[in-house]
Ligand binder design. Sequence first.
Ligand code: PLP
Length: 399
Amino acid sequence: MKSQIVLEKSYLNDIDQSADIEKLSAPNKKYRAWAEVDLAALCYNAKVLKNILPDKCDLMPVLKANAYGHGDVECAKALNKIGIFTFCVAALEEAIRLRKNSIKGDILILGYTDPEECKLIAAYQLTQTVVSLSHALAMNKKGIKIKAHIKIDTGMHRLGLDYNNVDEIENIFNCRNLEINGMFSHLSASSSLSYDDLLFTNMQIKHFFESTDYLKTKGYNTGKLHLQASYGILNYPNLPCDYARAGIALFGVLSSNEKTLIKPDIHPVLSLKARIAETKNITAGEYIGYSRAHTAKSDMKIAAVTIGYADGVPRNLDKDFYVLIRGKKAFLIGLICMDQLIVDITDIPDAQEGDEVTIIGKDGEEEIRCEDLAQKCQTITNEILSRLSSRLDYIFING
Ligand SMILES: *Cc1c(COP(=O)(O)O)cnc(C)c1O
């Protein structure tokens, strides 16, 4: 037998009640580092994206990775309220979390799930993606009826059955315990408008519909069809699909500053904030932060801010990264720490302990866009947002 560590939880009994925690904190608790999530902006973006698509195509919000760091349950509740009842996530646990929090509608698990988990898929009325014939056969063998969508590989070569392999696809339709309600594929280069990428994507689209049309002529009910993610919606808006899997764009940002065919009127949903913990005057020649990474060239004033890489601010940011304090830019000094970072407030002399600091979002006339922050870290917004840490507090506004 495998050895197991059993956590002795009884000592926590006195403090793990949320009521007690509220009693322990100040009446107007000032958060240390937090995400402010604008649920009205989320719903507005959903309507904007839906309006880009043909009437019969519904939005299928992608709420994986805690809704790209936005808080999956709260986002799903807000979307349920405006009549959206189809969602996707990446993993079984994410789907169960939504169900346990009373989220209504279909929840498609986009990623691989161990066939051993069929019981849970059925119990929580989830829909599982079939990623291969062997995956389908193993799930079918469990003898538990589950809902499924078939993933077709049209050229990305990540998950799914080859579009050409219709015999295998037909075999899946013949699995008696798999109720096939849909088929989908993923466009791997739809964010690019270069000539080569347009050709490639159009080929993916063609192959997908060739295989679904063929199956229809053979009498199979292919169910709901879906191909587009955010960039598919913006660059290929007119596909004859039933759903579009909107992820990043739903949260009011794009992955990068790349151009799209349709420039949607979407608004960022999330702001990332922290506070000034302490301010200090520094004399020319003194060092600041780990590894003496910064030497003060002249006398200056600095502030320690209550957010670090463990909260999701990437450590590879350097001196062209800034935050907003009292509507002004304050540039990073030295290296980002696990729980804090240090900024130059020489030009913001009235900045003081407790002041709000904006890492993503607006403060007065200034705005830090997630796309620009991602560019400075040489990544995409999807990574920045999905890696926001569970240590952050969440404030939901306009719910
Ligand atoms: C994550 C994901 C999406 C959403 O992608 P965005 O570019 O964020 O809209 C859609 N489909 C699949 C299969 C995904 O894994």
